[in-house]
Ligand binder design. Structure first.
Ligand code: SAM
Length: 294
């Protein structure tokens, strides 16, 4: 897969989906995720992707913004996430699904919380986003992936398996269904999509997830939208996109990205993948663990 497009990649040009549907405002709202979601109607979303702070213990800072990322205890983190997940559950259609992006710090707590709110029987996948770059240490195996927890709203959740290039010699040149390990490079230093907002995720990852979990014309919601990657990907694929972030810097960047045309937008470049620092994965906290590539 890597720098190759998933099956549903860019099936429509940017901005062709309708702007408002059933009370979910298109674009980006500034404010608290749970409070704003609570104002939106039940059973209105096809896919909710959440990429909350990972509780790294320190502020996440990039060229174009910063956000707080510290809770006093795992319990406090879980308590902060709970109302957002509860509203997400209410917002989803019976055919909808949720994707919660996290890492080793909070994945186990978040999964327990999802089991309670969505039901353990609605667990679908524990996806691994393998980005290749990242910290190394003489004291442990290098941490080179994030976790994405996938739950359906019911057993009738929508799923269209993404196709990715086969890697085996036997299937060289052919496509195969993606596994639960998603090999998608982090955003490279030269990529036009890089905004400078900390922990920005790659469009290619979002395109793969949206194509798999949201039908064409469906509603995608991202309550922690940051620089707006999910919304840009969703619009570009003919899905409706609604995002929330409490950080005005994030809202400004995300809105600016959404106003660009296909000619001036994030996908107007063809920068080679895999050549730069990782910014998608959360910066590592702690001695001897680097946020930069090996
Ligand atoms: C990991 S970043 C999201 C990055 C995003 N996926 C991207 O590609 O740019 C998490 C975001 O959550 C936002 N955030 C944290 N707590 C929030 C809350 N209670 N309500 C809304 N946004 C929040 C932060 O401001 C930050 O932009």
């Amino acid at each position: 897969m890597n720098d190759r497009a998933p099956k549903n990649h860019l099936s429509r040009p940017n901005g062709t989906a309708p702007d408002v549907v059933a009370g979910v405002p298109a674009g980006v709202q500034e404010g608290d995720a749970a409070s704003i979601l609570a104002e939106w109607p039940a059973s209105s979303a096809d896919l909710i992707y959440l990429d909350p702070p990972f509780n790294t213990g320190r502020a996440q800072t990039g060229r174009a913004g910063t956000y707080a990322d510290r809770w006093d205890s795992p319990g406090a983190y879980r308590a902060a996430l709970r109302p957002v997940l509860t509203e997400a559950h209410r917002l989803l259609k019976s055919t909808g699904s949720i994707l919660l992006h996290c890492d080793w710090r909070t994945c186990h707590y978040s999964r327990l919380e999802l089991d309670v709110i969505f039901g353990a029987a609605n667990f679908v996948n524990h996806l691994i986003w393998s980005y290749g770059l990242g910290g190394s240490s003489p004291r442990r195996f290098a941490r080179k992936h994030d976790d994405i927890l996938f739950y359906g709203r019911s057993e009738s959740y929508y799923f269209d398996p993404p196709m990715v290039p086969a890697t085996s010699a036997r299937m060289r040149g052919e496509m195969k269904k993606a596994t639960d390990v998603l090999q998608v490079p982090a955003i490279n230093n030269m990529a036009r999509e890089r905004t400078g907002y900390p922990t920005q995720k790659p469009l290619a990852l979002m395109e793969l997830l949206i194509g798999a979990c949201c039908p064409e014309g469906g509603q995608v919601v991202d309550p922690f939208c940051g620089s707006g990657t999910t919304l840009v990907a969703a619009r570009g694929m003919g899905r409706r996109a609604a995002g929330i972030d409490r950080n005005p810097e994030a809202v400004r960047i995300a809105r600016a990205r959404l106003t660009r045309t296909p000619e001036t937008g994030d996908r107007a470049d063809a920068a080679p993948a895999g050549a730069g620092a990782k910014e998608g994965a959360e910066q590592r906290a702690g001695a001897g663990v680097s946020g930069e590539p090996d």
